[in-house]
Write a protein that binds this ligand. Structure first.
Ligand SMILES: [Zn+2]
Length: 196
């Protein structure tokens, strides 16, 4: 089953690659202008009624999460635990504590797009074994990936073009944004602001 999704693998999470791109990009758009503001702070200003809600559906398993994951200044522990399961590596059946700032990125992007749809998650956490196997199979897959740190997700949003999602996310400069237009998904992570 997982094999079907190999072609969707996100290749571009290597911090060294990201760093180079960041430097290049900074020359054009002042990418680092907002680097001092945390994702959490910006998500908070975007939040409504002191709560942050996300809707997630996992393509491989059909599992989903819908609900509040942050309320009144705190992440909801039970919600995070459930999200960790949805974002697990399905081929290894391995779970990791996801970086909750990733959910802030997803929340903020959906909010700016004014979307209530479920994100379709193609890839979330990636176990080291999975990533190593895939990077051996394809030179497009980085050996070091923020997916392995629970900081990245490859997603779609029904009814939205991947280009529009990527542009919105990149404009907000809240993390890494990779557009995989041909495959119709966007890589989002809570690492340094950068774009490819
Ligand atoms: Zn990715």
């Amino acid at each position: 089953m997982a094999r079907l999704f190999h072609r969707f693998d996100c290749p571009c999470c290597d911090p060294a690659v990201a760093k180079r791109r960041e430097v290049i990009r900074a020359g054009f758009g002042g990418l680092l202008a907002l680097a001092g503001t945390s994702i959490g702070a910006r998500a908070q200003t975007a939040g409504a009624g002191g709560a942050r809600t996300i809707r997630i559906r996992r393509m491989q398993t059909g599992e989903s999460f819908e609900g509040v994951y942050w309320r009144n200044g705190r992440y909801e522990r039970d919600a995070l635990r459930r999200l960790d399961v949805v974002f697990r590596d399905p081929s290894m059946d391995e779970t990791t504590p996801m970086d909750p700032r990733l959910f802030d990125v997803l929340f903020t992007v959906a909010r700016h797009l004014d979307s209530d749809e479920f994100y379709e998650v193609i890839s979330g956490y990636r176990a080291p074994e999975t990533n190593a196997a895939r990077s051996r199979q394809s030179r497009r897959v980085s050996r070091v990936s923020l997916h392995m740190s629970g900081m990245a997700a490859d997603v779609r949003l029904p009814g939205r073009q991947s280009m529009g999602i990527a542009r919105t996310a990149a404009d907000m400069q809240i993390g890494g944004v990779g557009l995989y237009r041909r495959d119709g998904f966007v890589h989002l992570d809570c690492g340094p602001a950068r774009r490819w």
